[in-house]
Write a protein that binds this ligand. Structure first.
Ligand code: HEC
Length: 243
């Protein structure tokens, strides 16, 4: 029984995902429900990313045809993502706007997002994309509680609606709160789900080898399990006559 316990414990430990905590930011971050096994979510995220983000940001280490890893065929990549005729599925994801014009327009060049989930954590991205609020003092009209004075406008305001940062007095404490003042086309929970898909996709993009590692991990675990059953049966067989 002791051996069984040890093997079970080892398997359990091996199966535990390594928690990536790289926040360190002052603002409270919500937990991003990342699930790289959820192909439908990753595909919705890819669609949002190409339709909403590639206008300004590129993802030059990402080729469209790598979306095969999330279950899309060449045909689907072309059709669902509405690729223009001059963009091939083998092309890298380029920004529509050139960096110089973007810098002129927003004061900062939009950074490449290929590996953004490594420099900013998934939780950071998930919270950032849900924390834009109106601010009349900013040229863009927008600000963000996670990234103060950000140069990026709220590009999904039509979906989320407009949030305002309000100060509430709670028992002598000043509490800042984001309040929805003008609804968008999505309900708050639907918007959260859409941003979860997008975050999921950004994590996938930043960790090209992760899917392969997951699959390999499963194979290894399966192998260990089979080995364990075999050894256990063998042990029982060998000890049969001794007991
Ligand atoms: C209209 C142009 C524009 C669009 C569209 C846009 N962004 Fe941005 N984004 C910017 C600019 C400009 C910055 C740089 C802001 C700064 O440094 O102040 C930025 C910054 C960011 C950052 C912070 C990068 C960092 O770590 O400094 C993230 C993350 C980001 N964008 C994600 C997205 C995502 C996801 C989308 C699609 C939903 C998107 N952006 C769409 C212009 C854009």
């Amino acid at each position: 029984m002791r051996a069984l316990k040890i093997v079970c414990l080892t398997l359990l430990l091996a199966a535990m995902p390594v928690a990536a905590t790289a926040s360190g930011a002052a603002a409270h971050l919500d937990k991003a429900p990342v699930n790289l096994q959820d192909m439908a979510s990753l595909q919705r995220g890819a669609k949002l990313f190409t339709s909403r983000c590639l206008a300004c940001h590129g993802a030059v280490s990402m080729r469209y045809n790598r979306l095969k890893d999330i279950g899309m065929s060449d045909e689907e990549i072309k059709k669902k993502l509405e690729l223009p005729d001059d963009v091939k599925v083998g092309s890298t994801m380029q920004a529509a706007m050139d960096p110089n014009s973007a810098k002129l327009a927003y004061g900062v060049a939009p950074p490449d997002l290929s590996v953004i989930s490594r420099s900013r954590s998934a939780d950071w991205l998930y919270t950032y994309l849900r924390s834009f609020h109106t601010d009349k003092t900013r040229a863009s009209g927008w600000n963000n509680t996670v990234f103060p004075n950000v140069g990026m406008p709220h590009v999904m305001a039509d979906l989320q609606g407009e949030l305002e940062l309000k100060t509430e007095n709670q028992g002598g404490h000043e509490l800042k709160k984001l309040v929805l003042v003008n609804p968008g086309s999505l309900k708050p929970a639907e918007y959260d789900a859409a941003v979860a898909d997008l975050t999921n996709y950004l994590v996938f993009m930043g960790e090209p080898a992760k899917m392969v590692r997951y699959q390999l991990g499963m194979v290894v675990l399966g192998f260990l399990l089979v080995l364990f059953v075999l050894l256990f049966t063998l042990k029982k067989e060998l000890w049969k006559d001794i007991h």
